[in-house]
Design a protein around this ligand. Sequence first.
Ligand code: UDX
Length: 453
Amino acid sequence: MKPDVKAVLEAGPRSAVHRTRVGVVGSGYVGLTTGVCLAWLGHDVVCADIDVDRVETLRAGRVPFVEAGLAEMLTVVAGVGRIRFEVGAAAAAEASDIVFIAVPTPQDDDGSADLAYVRAAARQIAPVLKSGAIVVNKSTVPVGSARDVAGVIAREDIVVVSNPEFLREGNAVVDFLSPDRVVVGADDRGAAERVLALYHGIETETLITDPVSSETIKYAANGFLAMKISFVNAVAAMCEAVGADVADVVRGVGLDHRIGSAFLNPGPGWGGSCFPKDSRALVKIAEDHGYDFSMMRGVIEVNDQQRRRMVHKVRSALGRSDSHDLSGVRVGVLGLTFKAGTDDLRESPSVAMIDSLRQLGAEIRAHDPTVSNPLDDVRARVLGGISIAATAIEAAADADVVVIATEWPEYRELDLDAMAAAMVGSAIVDTRNLLDPETVRSHGLSYDGVGRR
Ligand code: UDX
């Protein structure tokens, strides 16, 4: 069992046996979590970013995104001088023994991960790295990237290793400090051991392998997890067709220890910054090496299908299965982020569903605990054209149908009387199976979930 973040904070920061000077290039979700957690373990960390505003925000002790526990930990480690923030990659590298590259690897048009930022970071740190320093690829990078980065750095005295992250947004701190495993891929055993030593004090399985295998582990792990969710979503569709109940089916299947029940919650399809990008990259990497990973293509296809199925559910709930015209229809959407516990809208199934419904002419009013007016520029680009409500009930006001799109705990406790009174229609589509169907129906509302009898 992993501890919760409260227990991590209560236990307090540790002191490192092998105190190391660490640089982290890129202070986003992965880089900042890595930097703060390594400082928490007792190392001396310099985090860098090219975004001057972000660096200022971090220097002021604020975390620019939602991640449980991270801000509190930052306050502690910054307070004891174990972490500082600098603009530009070179500052993170100059005095460091180990330098993590944790910059974005956005998706290219052909599905592959774009290495441009990783290579740019490598070019900037190359001239200032101390002799004997180790460079660590933490970003999820295409197979072969450790060698690619070593080629960019082009110094005999520098080793490049792979050390993939397995951090869930919203649980990143706990996943970093209590991981299921730490994987290091290196051609040089000594370098791998020096990187592993950073994690000293964490009780977990460790695996040293070559860089290519390490990079493949990351893609295969995320591919497998995406496959589990697509599988259960396909089973949920089956359940609807044959009249079975997915919760009972998952329980009955998951009790087999070879299968287990973790990560088998049906929903509106997987999203976020990793699964969509990594699954497509996995197909592309395999293709580039002459293998057609047809199973992974199927996993992606089921996910696309699942998103379309959610839109179909909304149309059915409105009695418009045969119509593609939803003009004049008002949809209240509860939840915008790709899952609960994060403010991340990237590849959110909720946003995809909203786009489809708007294309059909529907009007959307949405609520999310992490989204409020006025929207910043990034959010306005994603959410422009929909109205943002301050509460779930306000999002339901005058709605013909209400869709629960993200599993925020507060939506389990909805005031269904107030909801029914606020709506003009009476349909609830629960894409996360949060509510009890009978309770919803007892309030005069109709209910449709995912794979439920
Ligand atoms: C994921 C991996 O879990 C992490 O190890 C990796 O390094 C980064 O990608 P994250 O993207 O934060 O983490 O989200 P995760 O909690 O894994 O969920 C991914 C998506 O799957 C979400 O859209 C979520 O709603 C969905 N999901 C997850 C389900 O629909 N059902 C489930 O049972 C689990």
